[in-house]
Write a protein that binds this ligand. Structure first.
Ligand SMILES: Cc1cc2nc3c(=O)[nH]c(=O)nc-3n(C[C@H](O)[C@H](O)[C@H](O)COP(=O)(O)OP(=O)(O)OC[C@H]3O[C@@H](n4cnc5c(N)ncnc54)[C@H](O)[C@@H]3O)c2cc1C
Length: 455
C-alpha cells in the first residue's frame, strides 16, 4: 500500500488546514480544502509565526514562499522592547534570537500572509473549495462531509481544521460546545500610517522607514503590544483587558474607541499609546472576546479516520504566541504520519495524535500561565527580574523541528499501535520535552553574545 493519491478532505482553510493540505500535496496525496469564507484576506490583523512554525514554511518552493512572506512582514525589527505603562523601558531583547531565524520568524498582516499560503497551495494543485461551509461530518469506512450547499466530499481521511468554534468537536467527538469565557478580551486594530501621522510627535517614531518596531507595555490586568512594519507604513496594536461580557467569538465585532481609551487611562499608559488608539479608524477596531477551550482527551473520531488539528484541537489564548505555529506543526506531522502509514489511515492518525499530543497540550496550557504572569507582575518583581516580562520563547518550543520529530517517532509509535499498547494518551504519546519553568527559558545573555558573534 502507499499514500500516493490518498484523498484527504480538509475542513477549514486557515493556516492549519492549508499547511496540512500543502504538506500532504508535497507527499503526493490529493487534498481538497473546504472553507467557509469566500476569501480570508480581509480578516484579522497581526499574526506571528515563530521559528518552529516558520521552519516549515522556509522549506516550501525552495524558499520562494518565505521570501514572499518576508516582503510583507517585520524584517527590520532589531529589538523587542518591554515597557511599564508609563513608558519606562524595563527589558529589551533581539527580535531574532539567531541569525537563521530571519527566514523562520514572521509577523505581519494575517490576511496578506494567508493569501501567500493560498497561492502556494494553488500552485501545488491543492483543490480549494472556498465559500461553502461544512454542515455535517460523516464518520465511517469512507469518511466525508456535507456542506450547507449540499455538496458531498468523501475521502480516505477527513481533517477538521475548523478552528476554535469547531463543529467537529461536537459532531465527531460528541462533545458539547464547551467554550469557557477566559475573563479577558482583546481590542485589536491594524491601519496604514500616513503623512499626517508623521507630523504627530507621538506617532513619528512609528513611521520610521528604517526600523520596524515591536513594543509591549504592561499594567495591572492589561497588556498592550504595538508592531510596525513595511517601512513604517503599517501599524498593528492589541490591548488585552479584563472583560466578562459574553458576545461570542468573531474576528469582526466592532469595538469603540472610547472604551479602549478608558482602559488606556485605567492602566496609566503613556500618551503614545493613547495617540495610537486615537489615530485608529473605528471601523478597523475589533473587540475580540477571548474564549478558552479546555484540552481534549482525544482528537480522533471513533473510526480514527477523522482527526482534529490546529485551534480545533487546542485553542490557545494569544499569550502562548504559538497558535499559528502549533497549527503548522500539526499540519506537517499529520502529512508525515499519513505518508509513513502507507495508506493505513487509522494507523497514520493514531500515530499523528501520539506525536503531537503532549507537546501541544503543554504549550496550550501555557497561554493561561503566561497571561496571568503579565497581568500580576508588580514593579518590585520587574525591577529585580526584568527578564520575566519577555516574550515566551522557550528553546524547546521555538527550535523544535516538527517534521524531523514526526519522522523520528513514527516507527516506534506505529509499533505501539499495532501491538495495541495500553495506557492513557499522555503515557502513549511522545513526552513534551519541556515545561514553562523559568529554567527552560532562552538565556538571553548567552543568546545575545552568540548572536553578536554570528553577525
Ligand atoms: C478570520 C480569522 C482572522 C484571524 N485573525 C487573527 C489575528 O489577527 N491574529 C492572530 O493571532 N490570530 C488570528 N486568527 C487565529 C489564527 O489564525 C489561528 O489561531 C491559528 O492560525 C490556528 O489556525 P487554524 O487553522 O487552526 O484555525 P483558524 O485560523 O481559526 O482557521 C479555521 C478555518 O476554518 C474555517 N471553518 C470553520 N468552520 C467551518 C466549517 N464548518 N466549514 C468550512 N470551514 C470552516 C474558518 O472559516 C477558518 O478559516 C484568525 C482566525 C480567523 C479565522
Amino acid at each position: 500500500m502507499t499514500s500516493d493519491g490518498l484523498r484527504v478532505v480538509i475542513v477549514g482553510g486557515g493556516f492549519g488546514g492549508l499547511c496540512a493540505a500543502i504538506e500532504c500535496r508535497i507527499r503526493g496525496m490529493n487534498p481538497v480544502v473546504v472553507e467557509a469564507y469566500p476569501t480570508s484576506t480581509a480578516y484579522g490583523d497581526i499574526i506571528d509565526f515563530f521559528p518552529n512554525g516558520g521552519r516549515i514554511i522556509e522549506k516550501w518552493d525552495n524558499g520562494r514562499v518565505s521570501r514572499e512572506l518576508m516582503s510583507m512582514c517585520i524584517n527590520q525589527g532589531d529589538r523587542f522592547e518591554y515597557y511599564m505603562a508609563d513608558g519606562t523601558l524595563v527589558w529589551s531583547e533581539p527580535w531574532l534570537l539567531r541569525k537563521e531565524h530571519f527566514w523562520r520568524q514572521y509577523a505581519g498582516h494575517r490576511g496578506q500572509m494567508h493569501q501567500v499560503f493560498v497561492d502556494y497551495a494553488k500552485r501545488l494543485g491543492v483543490e480549494l473549495r472556498f465559500g461553502d461551509s461544512v454542515a455535517e461530518y460523516i464518520d465511517g469506512e469512507r469518511p466525508g462531509v456535507i456542506t450547507k450547499k449540499g455538496t458531498k466530499y468523501f475521502g480516505d481521511v477527513v481533517i477538521a481544521a475548523d478552528g476554535p468554534r469547531s463543529k467537529a468537536r461536537q459532531q465527531v467527538l460528541g462533545l458539547p460546545d464547551a467554550k469557557v469565557n477566559s475573563g479577558y478580551a482583546i481590542y485589536r486594530a491594524y491601519y496604514s500610517l500616513s503623512e499626517e501621522h508623521k507630523r504627530n510627535p507621538y506617532l513619528k517614531e512609528f513611521c520610521n522607514p528604517d526600523r520596524d518596531l515591536t513594543m509591549m507595555w504592561v499594567a495591572k490586568d492589561l497588556h498592550a503590544i504595538i508592531y510596525t512594519w513595511n517601512k513604517g507604513r503599517d501599524l498593528g496594536w492589541v490591548l488585552t483587558h479584563k472583560d466578562s461580557a459574553d458576545i461570542g467569538e468573531s474576528w469582526s465585532f466592532s469595538g469603540r474607541i472610547e472604551d479602549v481609551l478608558k482602559c488606556i487611562d485605567e492602566g496609566g499608559f503613556e500618551q503614545k499609546l493613547r495617540e495610537v488608539v486615537l489615530a485608529t479608524p473605528e471601523s478597523r477596531l475589533v473587540d475580540y472576546k477571548l474564549v478558552w477551550r479546555q484540552p481534549l482527551t482525544t482528537w480522533l473520531s471513533k473510526s480514527s479516520k477523522i482527526a482534529l488539528i490546529g485551534d480545533a484541537a487546542h485553542c490557545h489564548l494569544p499569550t502562548s504566541a504559538q497558535g499559528g505555529s502549533q497549527a503548522l506543526e500539526d499540519g506537517v506531522a499529520l502529512a508525515v504520519a499519513l505518508q509513513r502509514a502507507k495508506g493505513d489511515v487509522t494507523l497514520g492518525l493514531k500515530v499523528f495524535e501520539r506525536i503531537r499530543f503532549n507537546r501541544s497540550h503543554v504549550i496550550h496550557m501555557s497561554s493561561i500561565q503566561i497571561r496571568d504572569g503579565y497581568h500580576t507582575l508588580d514593579e518590585e518583581t520587574i525591577k529585580k527580574h526584568p527578564e520575566t516580562i519577555n516574550l515566551p520563547r522557550w528553546t524547546w518550543v521555538i527550535e523544535h523541528d516538527a517534521e524531523a520529530n514526526a519522522e523520528k517517532h513514527f516507527d516506534h509509535l506505529a509499533q505501539d499501535v499495532r501491538n495495541n499498547r495500553q495506557g492513557t494518551i499522555e503515557e502513549l504519546s511522545v513526552p513534551a520535552e519541556g515545561d514553562f519553568s523559568i529554567a527552560g527559558r532562552v538565556d538571553h545573555a548567552i543568546m545575545e553574545k552568540s548572536l553578536q558573534a554570528s553577525l
